[in-house]
Each structure stands twice: as structure tokens, then as C-alpha cells.
Design a protein around this ligand. Structure first.
Ligand SMILES: Nc1ncnc2c1ncn2[C@@H]1O[C@H](COP(=O)(O)OP(=O)(O)OP(=O)(O)O)[C@@H](O)[C@H]1O
Length: 368
């Protein structure tokens, strides 16, 4: 199911002008504070009316100012998940979940409670009240309550922002399941590159009320120039690898891409499974000769495709390895002493790779 948004709204001296289309599963709205994310979410939810524009989810027109269509919020069937879970404190988890059911007209109810409980792994929590749940568990219940209302669209507004890293890690696999196992499109607001890299199929970068870029996650996140300064250290490539074999004695998994062979801490996945990994530019060192006697496990060959010198002491080198584009952030001094130039063949020494889960988020739903 697709979502298309084309909106204009003035809010005091701020103007939001957003046009994008998401191909389906999870579209991340990414931008720094004040870029207009919440204003856009409020327009999609129907809490505010656009000055002009259109929002369509699948076949349903939520807003079309030229046709004077404005579905009120309660008729949009949007499931919300906010930073704080907002569960009813006096109701058990089970009662909180059942409450969501009344929001869907009977004929349009497709979600069954058992399926949602299983999807989110909350069966053992059903009789507890919210004050006996961890932050991550509360969020899973909040997602469940939203799902049980059989929404046509899920709006998740920084759902992990209030959680510590351990709780985030606990809940991310459930958001992946939601993305991969239900057909409900998700708009996911975030200002974390790490989260967006892991979850998003499509990314919309907002800045000053405008869409700076939108498209597939791997393409948009490669645009280092568009990321907010606070997230530049996280910038890098998002690539797909295929599990080749396990190396049990070392606790490693061997993966392949056209660019070569990779070794990562063990991934529980069968041979042939496609996985998504993120390689940060700051974790890639460059060498003009094949390094030997080094501890790094991943050394690939690549060709310099671009050098972005920018204003700071660092430069960003883009390299092509097989079918992939990788990035390396090095100092201007290294650029000069190594005399790097476009077209040069180099070795990439990769210090760290983060596994971002199954590669389902890479599939473009339009491509099946
Ligand atoms: N009703 C309003 N009247 C005037 N200005 C507004 C109104 N609502 C939002 N703004 C302004 O619009 C801009 C975008 O705000 P918005 O809350 O959408 O940003 P955001 O990207 O969600 O930020 P954050 O990540 O901090 O929540 C801000 O400059 C804000 O002050």
C-alpha cells in the first residue's frame, strides 16, 4: 500500500511544504528539531488542516483541498504510537489492548488479538497493569493497542526516544516484524540515523519545513551533506550482504557481496539469507597497498568514485566496491599524503560493521 503526501501549511512564520510518496512498509520522517516533523504528523493525523494539498493512503483520500475532502481524525483509522506509551494505568494490558478494538467499525476489523499478542511477544504480560511493565514492554503494548484498532496507517512519533539503548534493542525486532509481517504502512518519525538505517524502506529528510530528499533508505542516507550535524558521525553506507557460511570456532559469520567477503560476529541466519549492514564512514580506513599483519577482519578492494572536501578538517571519500558504494571519512592531511584521486584503486580496512537485521527493508514493495 502506498502513501502519498503533497501539503502546504503556514504556521506563524513557519511554512511546511512537503511532497513525497512512500512505497509502503516503513517511511521514516527524519529531521532535526524544528524541521517540521510534528507539524507534518499532525496534518496526516487530521489534527490540523492544510492550506492546500492532498494525502492518500492506498485507495483512501484522507484530504484533498481541491475537492473539499477532509476526513476527520476518527475516520482516518490511524494507529498512533508516541514517545510515551499513554496506556490507561487502571486497566490491565489485556484491557488496554481490547480498548483499541472499539475504534474500528466492525466490518473493517481485520486485527485479531491473539495475532497481535503473538506478533509483539506480550502474551505473558496480559494480566499486568502498566506500572508493572518496563518502558520497552509498555511501548510494545502501545503498538498492540494501536494495531488492534485495525488501522489503515500507523504513525509512530519517536517511539524509542524515551528508552535507553537496552530497551531500544529489545523493541526494534518487534517493529521490524510489524513492518515485515503486516501490510499496514508505517510513518516513523525519528532523528536517529541508526534507527532509520535499521528500519526504513523509504526516508524523507525534512529541513526548515521542506523536503530535502526522499527515496530509498540506502540512497538517501548516503547523502552525508543532508544529515544534521549531530548525526554526521553516524553517516555511512547501508548495504546488502548474503550469508555464505558460519565459522563456529571463531563465532563469526562469513557474508558475501560482489565487492568481496565479509566476516561479522555470528548472525543466526541460514546460508543465502540477505541481511542489511551499515558501515559508518568513520569506521573505514584506506590503504594504497594491500595491508598485511593487521587485526581487522574485513579488507576490500575499491575504486575512488568521489572526494568531497567540504569545509572541515575531514574529507569524505566515496568508493565503489563491486555493486556497493562505501564511504570513508579521512583527514585532509591523509588525502594529501596519500595523493588520492578519482579512479584510483585502494584497499578499504573496515573496523566495524553493524548488522541491521534481515534485508526485508531493502525490498522495494513495488518490486515484489
Ligand atoms: N501553531 C504554530 N504556530 C506557529 N509556529 C508553529 C506552530 N506549530 C509549529 N510551529 C513552528 O514550526 C516549526 C516546526 O515545528 P515542529 O514541531 O513541526 O518541528 P519538529 O521537527 O517536530 O521538531 P521536534 O523534533 O523538536 O519535535 C517550529 O519552528 C515551530 O515553532
Amino acid at each position: 500500500m502506498t502513501i502519498s503526501v503533497d501539503l502546504k501549511k503556514r504556521l506563524g512564520s513557519f511554512t511546511l511544504e512537503a511532497t513525497f510518496a512512500g512505497s509502503g512498509a516503513l517511511t521514516a520522517l527524519f529531521g532535526q528539531s524544528g524541521s517540521g516533523k510534528t507539524s507534518l504528523v499532525n496534518l496526516i493525523a487530521g489534527l490540523t488542516k492544510p492550506d492546500q494539498g492532498r494525502i492518500v493512503v492506498g485507495d483512501t483520500v484522507l484530504v484533498d483541498t481541491t475537492k473539499r475532502i477532509f476526513l476527520p481524525p476518527h475516520k482516518r483509522r490511524i494507529g498512533y504510537v508516541f514517545q510515551d506509551a499513554r496506556l490507561f494505568p487502571h486497566l490491565t494490558v489485556s484491557q488496554n489492548l481490547r480498548y483499541g478494538r472499539w475504534f474500528a467499525p466492525k466490518v473493517e476489523r481485520y486485527a485479531d488479538i491473539d495475532g497481535v499478542v503473538e506478533l509483539l511477544g506480550i502474551g505473558h504480560l496480559l494480566q499486568r497493569r502498566p506500572d508493572a511493565l518496563s518502558g520497552g514492554e509498555k511501548q510494545r503494548v502501545a503498538i498492540g493497542r494501536a494495531l488492534i484498532a485495525s488501522p489503515r496507517l500507523m504513525l509512530m512519533d519517536e517511539p524509542l526516544a524515551a528508552l535507553d539503548d537496552a530497551r531500544k534493542a529489545e523493541i526494534l525486532p518487534y517493529i521490524e516484524r510489524l513492518r515485515d509481517e503486516t501490510k499496514i504502512p508505517i510513518i516513523y518519525v525519528s532523528h536517529s540515523v541508526a534507527e532509520v538505517a535499521r528500519l526504513a524502506n523509504d526516508v524523507v529528510i525534512l529541513s526548515g519545513g521542506r523536503v530535502l530528499s526522499h527515496g530509498l533508505a540506502a540512497d538517501v542516507l548516503a547523502r552525508h551533506d543532508l544529515l544534521p550535524a549531530s548525526e554526521k558521525a553516524e553517516a555511512g553506507a547501508l548495504i546488502q550482504l548474503v550469508v555464505a557460511e558460519q565459522e563456529p570456532p571463531y563465532g563469526l559469520t562469513v557474508l558475501r557481496s560482489k565487492g568481496g567477503e565479509w566476516r561479522l560476529p555470528r548472525i543466526e541466519a541460514a546460508t543465502g539469507t540477505k541481511v542489511r549492514v551499515r558501515v559508518r564512514a568513520r569506521d573505514v580506513m584506506l590503504a594504497t597497498e594491500k595491508p598485511s599483519g593487521i587485526s581487522a577482519l574485513n579488507v576490500l578492494e575499491g575504486v575512488v568514485a568521489g572526494i568531497d572536501t567540504g569545509d572541515g578538517p575531514d574529507v569524505l571519500v566515496t568508493l565503489v566496491c563491486g555493486d556497493d558504494r562505501l564511504f570513508s571519512r579521512i583527514t585532509r592531511r591523509s588525502l594529501e599524503t596519500m595523493a588520492l584521486r578519482t579512479g584510483q584503486r585502494l584497499y578499504l580496512v573496515i573496523k566495524a560493521v553493524s548488522f541491521e537485521g534481515g534485508a526485508a527493508a531493502f525490498r522495494h514493495p513495488a518490486a515484489g
